[in-house]
Design a protein around this ligand. Structure first.
Ligand SMILES: [Zn+2]
Length: 401
């Protein structure tokens, strides 16, 4: 035996041949039995030599096959981790790869923040509104969690980035445990003194700025720094005799001019979450004219707050098919400009919030409104309400992207 083995190991050198030798005892037995069989059957010297050769070849192949198998690897891999098992076949040592928290972590991190529980903003009593649109859109939240995702494995859902209305939002939350109120002040910017007083109120409020106000970047930055959310207040044609201001969107204008005015208004300042209409009871009721306006708002990642200066606004019907993040006003605070009247409207806003879970009230930079709000705002939390921004209401409704 020792003699036959010697030449074999002498012929080849290196670890490979040594491993083969190690695997040989069982194989030799097989070869021997094959040899015996052939000897029995053939008894012929040539046949005999051939069969020995064949047996030896088979042995080598078998040994190689054997040695190249990674021991018991496959058995340990759980079904979910197919990729993991495939990756490090040859090295049995622990892979110094990215630590593999695969089983538990990814599903959790993937799950974005759950869209707010439906019972809240959903009850908005508006005819055309249905909350069923696109709850799946909630994906791009919590960028911090995104960073924790292990690089890996299944193709990650393409993240198109957080839309502008969420990036520019002043973060507040609508929660199930208390009714939420968003206070919006329109027509900001023209009267700088009163606009500054509004910005000085306890917030967060949502402040909507007219694009033709002066020095908008400075005014809006200061308001944002004071903790308020910003919107663009877009002038649109009313059905009554009133002047919506320069560069308003008018139903008599050609589409190209409407588009030009819209683009200019959108460029008047930065950092806003969306757009709401200034006046516009005629324009917003025109579905054909509103569709491209809202499509552009959606394309830019902004939300639309419908001021509802008319019950016939086309916006609520157009928003769901456009996947446009949308909300609508519930209460006007200061159609009557007295402190008492504004207080009464604030009380009404509270009632709507209790009833619906959420209420959006719109006021203006009038003295009466500012005075009533200055008294009402500091206690609103104590009275059991959450003061939120418009973006929080939109988020709670889970509409659009
Ligand atoms: Zn207005």
């Amino acid at each position: 035996m020792a003699r036959t083995r010697k030449p074999a190991s002498g012929r080849k050198s290196g670890p490979r041949s040594r491993r083969k030798t190690a695997a040989r005892p069982g194989i030799m037995a097989r070869a021997a039995s094959a040899f015996a069989t052939v000897q029995r059957l053939a008894g012929h010297p040539v046949g005999l030599a051939l069969s020995v050769l064949a047996a030896l070849t088979a042995t080598v192949v078998t040994a190689d096959h054997f040695l190249s198998r990674p021991a018991t690897r496959p058995a340990t891999a759980p079904p979910a981790q197919v990729q993991v098992a495939v990756k490090p076949p040859p090295v049995p040592a622990a892979p110094p790869l990215p630590a593999q928290p695969l089983p538990a972590v990814p599903p959790v991190a993937e799950t974005p923040e759950p869209v707010e529980p439906p019972p809240l903003g959903v009850t908005e009593p508006e005819p055309g509104t249905n909350p069923d649109a696109a709850p799946a859109m909630a994906a791009p939240e919590k960028p911090a969690e995104t960073a924790l995702l292990p690089p890996p494995v299944a193709a990650p859902p393409p993240r198109t980035g957080v839309p502008l209305w969420q990036r520019n939002a002043v973060p507040t939350r609508v929660t199930p445990d208390r009714p939420a109120i968003a206070i919006v002040i329109d027509d900001m910017g023209l009267d700088r003194k009163r606009s500054a007083r509004v910005a000085g109120l306890a917030g967060p409020l949502t402040l909507a700025w007219l694009p033709y106000a002066h020095d908008l970047p400075t005014q809006t930055k200061a308001a944002r720094a004071a903790g308020h959310e910003l919107m663009l207040h877009l002038p649109m044609e009313p059905s009554v005799k009133a002047d919506p201001g320069p560069n308003a969107l008018l139903t008599s204008l050609p589409a190209e001019e409407i588009r030009r005015r819209l683009t200019a208004a959108l460029a008047s300042f930065e950092g806003y979450v969306g757009v709401n209409n200034h006046m516009g009871s005629r324009f917003t009721a025109d579905r054909a004219l509103m569709a491209p306006v809202l499509a552009e708002v959606q394309k830019r990642g902004l939300l639309w707050l419908d001021s509802r200066t008319t019950p016939n606004s086309a916006a609520s019907g157009l928003a769901p098919p456009l996947h446009l993040p949308f909300a609508g006003r519930d209460v006007f605070l200061d159609n009557v400009e007295t402190v008492a009247a504004v207080r009464a409207q604030l009380a009404r806003t509270e009632a709507v919030a209790r009833h619906q879970g959420v209420a959006i009230a719109i006021g203006h930079p009038h003295d009466a409104t500012i005075e009533a709000l200055a008294a009402w705002l500091p206690d609103v939390q104590k009275r059991g309400f959450a003061l939120v921004t418009v973006s929080a209401v939109v988020r709670a409704r889970g509409v659009g992207g």
